[in-house]
Design a protein around this ligand. Sequence first.
Ligand SMILES: [Zn+2]
Ligand SMILES: [Zn+2]
Length: 95
Amino acid sequence: MQKEDLLSRIRKDIQHVRRQGDPPDRDPASFSRFSCDLCNGTFPKRELRQCSLCGRWACASCWTEKYYTCKACSGVITLRLATEGLGEEETRVHP
Ligand SMILES: [Zn+2]
Ligand SMILES: [Zn+2]
């Protein structure tokens, strides 16, 4: 089974929330903080990272370093890997 096939299937499973490069939502109560798209907490922009799969901005606690995606997408990846019975070490999503 091709790794690219698995990745493209994972991408189809994931809803695209934002375009790559779109900025996070600014917190209306404070001009220097931005919203995490997963937990709705507000953070300085440097603490948010954009997921390369869905485009959501995630704070450190909503981020999965292992896959380099947000937690919502890492859940989809984990499920997909479990379904297909593949080793997890094969999948790291590069932007
Ligand atoms: Zn968060
Ligand atoms: Zn994501």
